[in-house]
Design a protein around this ligand. Structure first.
Ligand code: CTP
Length: 403
């Protein structure tokens, strides 16, 4: 999962030799889960063909105000293009385009789109070192930054002229990393560590058998994904599940039983600001675990069970300023029981799940929850996807704890 996942990226290409690298850049954006459209200056077509870029982006490529190849001469609406984009990335940006951007010169579709765009604009200059050092280039870059545009600094190395110095466009991988870091540093949970538990626990009976439950882990993984989207660093302590997630800000700690989950949650609680315990932890485990597979004998068979440690309650005792969220799965006197749990376990927020609602509960893609805060606010939500519920939860935490 990337910060660019689901985002609409408009890539502006101007006429520099580094334009050949934009084929890789489009591929990388697509790999991140972004939708990509390309607008290029007419001369940029000398460096890379629109066909290459439209094939990779799976969208038409725009370079003039009308599509000449279309017999109906469709007008390419620069205002719509500018408004469509979540991010406008101009790479490479030549000295010529930098100067036009700095002065509002609007003599091609890319420039008209630039002047119409309301989204964050990134620009990655690329030119020969003396052009880059020139006072007029420096002035253009400074003006663009004053306008709020974001510079993706060029690298140093061998240039197309054969000279060595500053002016080389940042590599496509560096551009993607730069934009991702810039997005995450502006997000609400930037600098915040969120500890999450997810999935069931398996309590061993013998080497081949266990006591488990039907939790799929979907809710906990959705919460982890939502926290990552908001810029958090996430530590996900996960019971056995078929869910998967990867992100540079995510650490997954796989555990099996309640005791192992308890140990790992306490190991990472100190470095966390927020803890969200959504795992369906077994309340009891077999008192002894047989070393050998238990053979069948009598017609009945009993296992002595002992209580597991209540991880959530144990965090409530030591939490201090940290924000602690628990889940409650109730079948009767739901609101009353959830409020009692919130108070008894010293929580800041509890998410009440009701098994009485269709579409809510184990294994489903949807959930119907009620959020109850320590201040006594009750937010009853409708049936939503687990991802929407996760985003609602994170937004509520952001508004009640972070800001
Ligand atoms: N929980 C936990 N450790 C346990 C049991 C539960 O951390 N050993 C956490 C769950 O992750 C959840 C919350 O406690 O956030 C509520 O779990 P719930 O299923 O409602 O059960 P209990 O609190 O154990 O209470 P009861 O079974 O009596 O309803």
């Amino acid at each position: 999962m990337s910060f660019l996942s689901g985002k609409r990226i408009l890539l502006g290409i101007t006429a520099g030799i580094a334009a050949y690298k934009t084929a890789s850049l489009v591929r990388l954006f697509i790999k991140c889960g972004a939708e990509v459209k390309v607008v290029m200056t007419p001369s940029a077509k000398d460096f890379i063909t629109p066909l290459t870029l439209s094939t990779l982006s799976k969208n038409p490529v725009y370079s003039s105000f009308t599509s000449e190849e279309d017999e109906n001469e469709v007008w390419n609406n620069h205002v719509e293009l500018g408004l469509w984009a979540d991010f406008f990335v101009i790479a490479p940006t030549t000295a010529n385009t930098l100067a036009k951007m700095a002065n509002g010169i609007c003599d091609n579709l890319l420039m008209a789109t630039y002047l119409s765009a309301k989204c964050p604009i990134y620009f990655a200059p690329a030119m020969d070192l003396d052009m880059y050092k020139h006072e007029s280039t420096k002035t253009s870059i400074e003006r663009l930054q004053e306008f709020g545009n974001i510079l993706i600094p060029p690298g140093t190395g061998e240039l197309a002229s054969g000279l060595v110095g500053e002016g080389r466009m940042a590599e496509p991988e560096e551009i993607v990393e730069f934009i991702e870091n810039s997005i995450s540093s502006n997000l609400a949970l930037n600098g915040i560590t969120v500890l999450i538990t997810a999935g069931p626990t398996y309590e061993a009976i013998d080497p081949v058998r266990f006591i488990g439950n039907h939790s799929s882990g979907k809710m906990g993984y959705a919460i982890a994904e939502a926290a990552l989207k908001f810029g958090a660093r996430v530590i996900l302590v996960s019971g056995p599940t078929s869910e998967s997630l990867s992100h540079k800000n995510l650490t997954i700690v796989d555990v099996m039983g309640a005791e192992e989950m308890y140990q790992n949650v306490h190991k990472y609680f100190g470095e966390s600001d927020i803890a969200i315990l959504s795992a369906a932890v077994a309340d009891y485990r077999p008192k002894t675990v047989s070393k050998q597979k238990i053979k069948k004998q009598d017609s009945t068979f009993s296992i002595e069970l002992v209580k597991t440690k209540d991880i959530l309650a144990s965090l409530g005792e030591i939490k201090k300023e940290k924000f602690l969220v628990g889940f409650a799965l109730e079948t009767e006197n739901e609101l009353y029981n959830a409020k009692k749990k919130l108070a008894n376990k010293n929580l800041d927020l509890i998410v009440l799940n009701s098994l009485n609602d269709d579409g809510a509960g184990f294994g489903t893609l949807t959930n119907k929850v009620t959020f109850i805060t320590a201040q006594g606010d009750v937010f009853e939500e409708g049936l939503k996807s687990k991802m929407e519920v996760a985003e609602d939860l994170i937004k509520l935490i952001v508004t009640s704890y972070v800001i």
